[in-house]
Design a protein. Structure first.
Length: 110
């Protein structure tokens, strides 16, 4: 995503254009946990707390309540598929197919 943003910022012809800088495939947190489990050989589970419990835990860890609520809002929006899109301009901006999630995770955890 950063590379695509750099392309937009450093090349001509992007004025007044809107791009969807997203992955071609949307993965659930459960699917991501399964990928990390497969890569590391250590079981990783995704736990989905209710928003209020998540906020309380963040506040307990020192995150300001307003910020914790903002972060929790992302989780709620993701669970409602509000960020899902069938459009991505990433490959066009990069001039190549972007790295897949599993390959990326392999570089981090492999």
């Amino acid at each position: 995503m950063a590379e695509a943003a750099a392309v937009v910022l450093t090349t001509e012809g992007h004025e007044n254009k809107e791009y969807a800088i997203t992955a071609d495939t949307a993965y659930s947190f459960t699917e991501i946990a399964a990928m990390i489990t497969e890569i590391t050989g250590k079981e990783v589970q995704y736990l989905k707390p209710e928003a209020d419990a998540y906020i309380a835990q963040l506040v307990k860890a020192g995150v300001p309540e307003g910020d914790a609520g903002f972060f929790a809002g992302f989780g709620v929006a993701i669970s409602k598929a509000e960020f899902d899109t069938k459009r991505s301009d990433l490959a066009t901006l990069l001039g190549r197919k972007p790295q897949g999630l599993k390959e990326f995770l392999q570089t981090i955890y492999g």
